[in-house]
Ligand binder design. Structure first.
Ligand code: LMR
Ligand code: MN
Length: 427
């Protein structure tokens, strides 16, 4: 152990004090360990700092106190500031624990100095660059991630992990789809390596769809499904419960939602009026799904919660929805009006989860409008509901005239248990 702490006090007494603090910490006496290692004479000792940080960490864990955890993280970062005194192995040990606590705390930006230090000490390990990228993405700092990815690819132009993330940033941040496709294709070549994850196949296929390169997209979707990344080539949601029955179109009468459908159909005129009166509140669709046209929506329920003040505008609609807990409480879906102008084409796309089914109530101008789900295209009718699973690829055309209005009501997939409906993370 001694060689492990170069530059530490060689004094026998203090060394024994640190050994004893180590033993106390191991036995769970973090406060005893902390007061022993906190002696003024040990202020310059990296080993004492490491003990203090771990004692603070143990206390935070025992008390389940996030404020203490933040202090512990700061203490770990202080140890790392003395990195010149740390051997490679010790630095790795301290860095790993620090990063683990930072991730647990969810404070991803504070991982940067740790990774920068690791990169300086171990400049040939691409993993530290890549993990820094992930930290920035977790912190929602795509701009910073972008820079690290570029540094990484400068050093390792063929690094598949960096290439895949590069593709992701090019697609989702810069809408540079051709370049994104090239990056993804290199990252996933031969379907091997660290980037072979469902989401990268999803984004490669989706980029190809957005570019209108449909047959190439189809190949990627087949590959992804064969690898088990998608439920099937057509059903490409990424947040799935595996055992659920899968079919593109559903007969509402064969679900527990026929009462909901009947109630909506019975009140369609009032629902139409509510949807039309609130027109000023609609928001443009901005996910880039439409190839041309105009498409806007008005959310009433999102992730199983009423949007504040919305239901005042649509009391009949909301009343009907509230009567069906699987709709009002569907935390993996929405209830919304969807208004589409004539001439609109919505590109093929998939929803995020197979845990919901999507009911539509036709409200206005449904003539010459079409919705394809997987292989089968259907049409809306005013005052009538239809139901599909939007985790399957679907596409919409409005070739008619006037604003096509529909009410969209997502409901839990009928096969989900009450416990699953309560505990699945919202989407
Ligand atoms: C979709 O879910 O993409 C479409 O059903 C939306 C719409 O308004 O037709
Ligand atoms: Mn959709």
């Amino acid at each position: 152990i001694e060689d492990d702490w170069p530059g530490e006090p060689s004094d026998q007494y203090w060394r024994q004090q640190l050994d004893q603090a180590e033993e106390e910490l191991r036995q769970g006496s973090w406060s005893a360990a902390a007061s022993r290692a906190g002696a003024a004479a040990l202020r310059g000792s990296a080993r004492a700092r490491w003990l203090l940080a771990r004692a603070a960490d143990a206390e935070a864990e025992a008390r389940r106190d996030n404020r203490l955890l933040t202090k512990a993280i700061t203490s770990y970062l202080d140890v790392l500031k003395m990195n010149e005194r740390l051997t490679d192995n010790r630095l790795l040990e301290v860095a790993q624990r620090t990063l683990d606590r930072i991730r647990f705390r969810g404070n991803y930006l504070s991982a940067e100095p740790v990774y920068r230090l690791l990169i300086r000490r171990f400049p040939d390990v691409a993993e530290y660059y890549n993990n820094l990228t992930v930290s920035f993405l977790m912190a929602n700092r795509v701009d910073l991630a972008d820079q690290v990815i570029k540094e990484t690819l400068q050093k390792w132009p063929d690094d598949r992990f960096a290439l895949a993330h590069h593709g992701f940033v090019l697609k989702t941040k810069h809408n540079r789809l051709e370049e994104a496709v090239d990056a993804f294709q290199k990252a996933l070549e031969g379907d091997v390596g660290p980037a072979t994850e469902p989401r990268f196949y999803y984004h490669l296929g989706d980029s190809l769809l957005l570019l209108g390169r449909y047959s190439e997209a189809q190949e990627v979707h087949k590959r992804g499904a064969a690898l088990g990344h998608f439920l099937s080539p057509a059903q490409r949601s990424l947040y799935n419960v595996d055992r659920l029955k899968s079919q593109p179109w559903w007969n509402i009468e064969q679900t527990p939602y026929s009462n909901l459908a009947r109630a909506l159909e019975k009140s369609w005129k009032e629902i139409l009026k509510e949807g039309e009166t609130a027109k000023a509140l609609y928001e443009q669709e901005k996910e880039g799904l439409k190839e041309r046209g105009e498409w806007s929506q008005l959310d009433l329920f999102v992730r199983g919660q009423e949007v504040p003040n919305r239901c005042k505008r649509a009391p009949v609609t909301c009343g009907i929805v509230r009567a069906e807990a699987a709709a009002a409480g569907c935390r993996r879906g929405q209830v919304k009006f969807s208004a589409m102008e004539a001439g609109t084409h919505v590109r093929p796309h998939v929803g995020p989860t197979n845990c919901r089914l999507r009911m539509h109530l036709g409200l206005s101008n449904t003539k010459d409008t079409y919705i394809r789900v997987d292989q089968e295209t259907r049409q809306w009718q005013v005052g009538k509901t239809l139901m599909f699973d939007d985790s399957f690829e679907h596409e919409v055309w409005h070739n008619g005239t006037g604003t096509r209005l529909v009410l969209i009501v997502d409901v839990w997939h009928p096969a989900l248990s009450p416990a699953e409906r309560r505990t699945l993370p919202p989407i």
